[in-house]
Structures are given as C-alpha cells and as structure tokens.
Write a protein that binds this ligand. Structure first.
Ligand SMILES: [Zn+2]
Length: 178
C-alpha cells in the first residue's frame, strides 16, 4: 500500500473558470468543487452549475460561491494564524502536522475556514478538508487526533510561534492568539 506523502495536506486554489465549459466564474456565482485522488495527487476541479455532474462527485465535493479574489493585505504586521498556517503548509514538514491542525481549528473558530469534509486516508489517518471563506482555497489537513494533554502542548507551541507568550505570562496587548 502506497504511503501517503506530505501532499496529503496542501492548498488547492479555486479555479477562475469552469473545468468543463471554461467559462469564467462570475463574482458570487454558485459553483461545485470536486476533489479527486488522481495518480497519487489530490486534484481539485471547479464546475459551474450547468456543467456539474452530481453522479460523479469524486472523492469529495461541495457547493461554494465564487468570489473575485481579493488582494492580499501587505504582510508587514506580525504573524497571524492564517499567515502561519500558509507558511507551515508551504514548508511541508511532517513535524508541523500538529501545529497545522491546531491553526486550522483556530481559523475555523474565527470563521475564516469552514470544514467541508472529513475523509479517512489509505493509511487510516483522518483528513479534514477546509475551505477559506474569502478566497475559496481548499486546505487539506491531517487530523493528528491528539489527546488532550498533547493538544495543550501543541497549542502552547503555536501561541509562541504567533508571537504570544505561554500561559502564566502577562498577556500581550492586542488580540489574543486563541
Ligand atoms: Zn461550465
């Protein structure tokens, strides 16, 4: 059985046009996103309402609304949960999986990400698919199914990565990390 590689968790951008008729999506158009596992890679395809074949949902599919991509704000401010998630995902280090998961959960609570699906990978790992509410990118995140004690440890690590201070220290002014 093929070992699932780090490609399990990565970002798939929403297409700008329908995968079938190639018509550009319009702002706020309803579309269907389909995720399939193709030659060892997760492939995301987006279809307009007319081209969507509900009998071929792939591995996972969901309905979403296309939004004209917004310009990313200048990243001069300090690291936030979203920029850190993107950075860790891009690094593709297996040891960051726990932190990536915690960040995805934080962003879900902040209503920046929405969970679209949960799957079980071939090796039994749980895979959660999140979609970014503003950019419609999909993030595939391995759920490390942490125990409560591990969870606290990882959360503390993430707070420090975000420039905060571990518990028992004076909270920094401004928004708290979690
Ligand atoms: Zn179409």
């Amino acid at each position: 059985m093929a070992r699932q590689n780090t490609d399990n968790w990565s970002v798939r951008k929403c297409a700008k046009a329908c995968a079938k008729c190639e018509k550009d999506f319009e702002d706020k158009e309803t579309l269907h996103s389909r995720l399939s596992f193709d030659e060892g890679e997760y492939v995301r395809k987006d279809f307009c309402e007319a081209c969507w074949n509900k009998d071929d949902p792939g591995l996972s599919s969901w309905k979403t609304v296309f939004m004209v991509p917004v310009q990313q704000e200048e990243a001069v401010k300090k690291e936030n949960a979203e920029s850190l998630l993107r950075k860790l995902v891009a690094k593709e280090n297996e040891e960051d999986l726990n932190a990536i998961f915690i960040l995805a959960v934080m962003l879900e609570r902040k209503r920046i990400l929405v969970e679209r699906d949960v799957q079980t990978a071939e090796d039994g790992r749980k895979l959660r698919i999140y979609e970014h509410r503003k950019t419609n990118e999909s993030f595939m995140v391995v759920d490390p199914e942490l125990r409560l004690t591990e969870l606290e440890h990882v959360q503390e690590k993430v707070v420090i990565l975000l420039g905060g201070k571990p518990r028992n220290a004076e909270p920094e002014s401004g928004e708290s990390a979690i």
